[in-house]
Design a protein around this ligand. Structure first.
Ligand code: DOR
Length: 447
């Protein structure tokens, strides 16, 4: 008897844990119900993926969507539109909003705001402060919580936990992996005079590799003493890589597309648009991060989508804010790197789906396997396109990659069996839902 599925994605090439090969996917109730040759089966909806490649839905575990408080730069709806146009199916959003996501009420408020307005699935990082340490073990288990985020170096906003005693207390309160922005605050303060008025190329001189190295070294020692798993965000230096590799039992690490693609040469042409914390550095650091992609020291990719308006970016350095858009360009930029032979498609999937599933204990996402959510990033590996500001859905409306030709483009975004983007068009009303976590609070309805 043929089965009737809600959706069959036919004739695509699947990239999953078995390798790369042809397979149809049958979806029932938003979950993957069958894999293989489904040519004798029917479905209410069929997607013909002939000539296309199907990746497990891409999970971007670091984005700043600015709501509440800075909606002129971005909001949860516009950020999520950028995500799905870029082939991203889930995002983990950062706590440096106004107010900060540092109490249960602020987290619940973000989930309320996201529901019915975000086109992709979502979780929210909970910010650690010196004042809320006692609440963190509970906070990391709240529905929709991605876990705890700690800024050890100050960046956009005023979240900061830099004293070792406070870091120790954060690490001792709770169990889930803590995500950390690692730049040594005292060194940033000491070196602030090295910023050259009007010259953003002095940004990596101020926030130098030693600032990142010293902080990551101190953080790892504290994490070892506490026996706590940590995740070091946006690795920007060659210096930190041996440290990370020596402590893989507790430490995981993220790389960003911009640290893999842009370099200090770009300050000349792009100016403050490349200004980011931690900074985009010279090619020696970039090449070391590529080596760490290949040797496994890096576990996941996050875009660190951090939009600011062009007007804000036009203020002369160092008055200009740090951050650039990225959620929508993650997939095309990385597919272009795949096509250029810098990483394999399997490794890309490991970094953007399997990696987040493994590190953050995501329930039912990150693999194309029976019972998992039917989240797919459908890509045309051969499409040759030009990334342009006009394509960017962010309220900031710009990308540092404007004018860049890439090979490889997201063709469609499927979330829990719903086609939410096809050929650069968003389809249907936003239906994003909270991501579920094995160590978090399990949703009593969907299990
Ligand atoms: O450059 C950055 N901008 N780095 C961060 O860590 C924060 C981000 C932002 O929120 O603007």
């Amino acid at each position: 008897m043929p089965t009737v599925f809600d959706l069959i994605v036919r004739n695509g090439t699947l990239v999953n844990h078995n390798g790369i090969g042809p397979a149809d996917i049958g979806v029932t109730d938003g979950r993957i119900a069958a894999l293989g040759d489904l040519s004798t089966h029917d479905a209410a909806e069929t997607i013909d993926a002939t000539g296309l490649t199907i990746l497990p839905g891409v999970i971007d575990s670091q984005v700043h969507f600015r709501e509440p408080g800075m909606e002129h730069k971005e909001d949860l709806a516009s950020g999520a539109r950028g995500a799905v146009l870029g082939g991203v199916t889930s995002v983990f959003e950062m706590p440096n909003t106004k107010p900060t996501t540092t109490d249960a009420g602020a987290l619940a408020d973000k989930i309320d705001r996201a529901t019915g307005r975000m086109a992709c699935d979502f979780a929210f990082w909970f910010g650690a402060t010196a004042e809320n340490v006692e609440d963190l073990a509970e906070a990391e288990r709240l529905p929709g919580s991605a876990g705890i985020k700690m800024f050890m170096g100050s960046s956009t906003g005023d979240l900061l936990v830099d004293e070792s005693e406070h870091v120790r207390r954060v690490l001792e309160n709770g169990h889930r992996r803590v995500a950390v922005h690692s730049e040594e605050e005292s060194r940033l303060k000491e070196r602030a005079h090295l910023r050259v008025e009007g010259d953003p190329s002095s940004h990596p001189v101020w926030r130098d590799p030693t600032a990142a190295y010293l902080c990551t070294d101190r953080l790892i020692a504290l994490a070892k003493a506490a026996g706590r798993r940590i995740h070091v965000l946006h690795i920007s230096t060659a210096d930190e890589l041996p440290l990370l590799a020596a402590h893989k039992d507790l430490v995981t690490a993220e790389a960003t597309p911009h640290h893999l693609t842009l370099s200090s040469d770009d300050y000349r042409t792009l100016g403050t648009l490349v200004q980011m914390n931690p900074p985009v550095r010279d090619r020696a650091h970039q090449s070391a991060i590529w080596d760490a992609i290949r040797d496994g020291t890096i576990d996941v990719l996050g875009s660190d989508h951090a939009p600011h308006t062009l007007e804000e970016k036009a203020v002369p350095y160092p008055g200009s804010p740090s951050g650039m858009t990225g959620v929508q360009t993650l997939v095309p930029i990385m597919l272009d790197h795949v096509n250029a032979g810098r990483l394999t498609l399997e490794r890309l999937v490991d970094l953007t789906s399997h990696g987040p599933n493994r590190l953050f204990g995501i329930a039912g996402k990150g693999r194309i396997a029976l019972g998992y959510d039917a989240d797919f990033t459908i890509v045309d590996l051969k499409a040759r396109r030009i990334i342009e500001n006009g394509w960017i859905a962010s309220k900031a409306a710009w990308t540092p990659y404007d004018g860049r030709a890439v090979t490889g483009w997201p063709k469609g975004t499927i979330i829990r069996g719903h086609r939410v983007m096809w050929e650069d068009e968003i389809i249907g009303a936003p239906q994003g839902a909270p991501v579920r976590f094995i160590e978090g609070c399990v949703d009593p309805v969907s299990g």
